[in-house]
Design a protein around this ligand. Sequence first.
Ligand code: CTP
Ligand code: CA
Length: 226
Amino acid sequence: HSFSSNGQSLAGKKVVVTAGGTREPLDPVRYLTNHSSGKMGFAVAEAAKNAGAEVTLIAANPLKTIPTDLHVIQVETASELLKTVKEQFRDADILVMAAAVADYRPATVADKKIKKTADNETMTLKLVRNPDILKEVSSIKKPGQFVTGFAAETNDLIANAEKKIKSKKLDLIVANDVSQAGIGFNADNNQVTFLFADGRKVKTPIESKQKIATKLISIISNEFQE
Ligand code: CTP
Ligand code: CA
């Protein structure tokens, strides 16, 4: 692969990118979330725009400031993200799911602030599974639409990513080792392996999320135009 700049290679294409991490409410003042900054998704959205695409960025509570030069839809929870992704995917050419989606949410959301009680030293939260957005997308995907997922793993990176590319019926997965400090969650740099549905693999060096995003968009536009 060469990752040369490919001009307006995505001109006229609609690209939907999700970024950030979902926030699942527990009561009016508390929620469950994760460390996703939104940086990787923002970089992908900017790279797609630079390649000439019409970009919709779906942002879920990013820690970083949302870019102002993009069409942005803000969401809070995994359920809202699912609804918005489905709406936006309908007429899209390409989806990149960089958002960190909460796998579980509190089973009930209290309408008043939950109080601690004098005699309870411990507390147990009941959680229920969130929908798998990429699995739902794969069931409505039409021929020609291209879907990319991310796999954040602390162990067995490639084996786990291979399982996810199959179970979610993806065209491409970006496998990301999040066990090392300085790359991945909330960092400026990343190191990933691009894994294709046909088994091809391309590993990047540690480099900026912008560089990785440009490579990703270059790969997607090559695959897309074949
Ligand atoms: N994802 C999704 N819907 C979910 C959870 C994850 O669409 N409910 C997407 C993420 O945006 C990412 C990909 O699936 O692109 C992989 O996410 P990851 O958390 O690595 O995988 P999971 O399938 O949730 O499996 P696990 O966390 O158990 O490893
Ligand atoms: Ca998960």
